[in-house]
Design a protein around this ligand. Structure first.
Ligand SMILES: CC(C)(COP(=O)(O)OP(=O)(O)OC[C@H]1O[C@@H](n2cnc3c(N)ncnc32)[C@H](O)[C@@H]1OP(=O)(O)O)[C@@H](O)C(=O)NCCC(=O)NCCS
Length: 169
């Protein structure tokens, strides 16, 4: 399989925040944003692999800014690194100022997807070939994030998480 660039999986979803999607103080529910992120990320993983994909892990989400009712929210996702059957997907979340139209970063997240066949068994995916400096930075960090996720899921022994351990030694 030929390697692909992150740009080939880039997925952008823009939508409004409606009243039914807010908490009692009028800001967007975290779960609503997580669902929008999951949708954008799954499309990115599908574009990269051209296979059925399932969410294996929500590795990290930072809710840095409140998102008020009526905001225009854009979720931008791309595959940052692919392993054998799994793909790390990075998402940046932006909101738009109503008057100036200027975008500001509200949140970000990292999910892991796995490509599967019709029986749900993992299948191989193409590698990622990063191009920009940000893509290279995200690619480089993906291995230790994968090891952290697998350790937390009880699927990798901490002593085998070599990339992760290297951070502390
Ligand atoms: C994700 C899933 C396919 C993994 O299947 P599995 O039998 O554990 O398969 P494996 O152990 O071979 O793992 C497959 C890949 O997933 C990765 N993986 C599994 N769990 C992971 C986790 N918690 N974090 C990061 N990667 C994970 C493995 O490292 C492996 O990656 P690789 O092939 O790139 O090396 C399976 O657990 C599943 O179907 N889960 C449910 C998915 C789902 O329904 N999601 C929606 C939730 S409602």
């Amino acid at each position: 399989m030929e390697p692909k660039t992150p740009a080939e999986s880039r997925t952008i979803i823009t939508d409004l925040v409606l009243p039914s999607e807010t908490n009692p103080i009028g800001n967007m529910f975290g779960g609503e944003l997580l669902a929008r992120m999951d949708r954008a990320a799954s499309i990115a993983a599908r574009r990269h692999s051209r296979r059925i994909v399932v969410t294996a892990s929500v590795n990290h989400v930072a809710f840095n800014k409140m998102i008020p009712l009526g905001s225009v929210v854009t979720v931008e996702a791309h595959v940052s690194r692919a392993f054998k059957s799994s793909m790390e997907v990075f998402m940046d979340v932006w909101i738009e100022d109503r008057e100036s139209g200027m975008r500001s970063k509200a949140n970000e997240g990292i999910y892991t997807f796995v490509a599967v066949d019709e029986m749900g068994s993992p299948v191989p995916v193409p590698e990622i070939s990063p191009e920009t400096s940000l893509e290279k930075e995200r690619f480089d960090g993906a291995l230790r994030r994968r090891q952290l996720s697998l350790v937390l899921a009880g699927k990798l022994a901490p002593q085998d998480a070599t990339e992760l351990k290297a951070l502390f030694t």
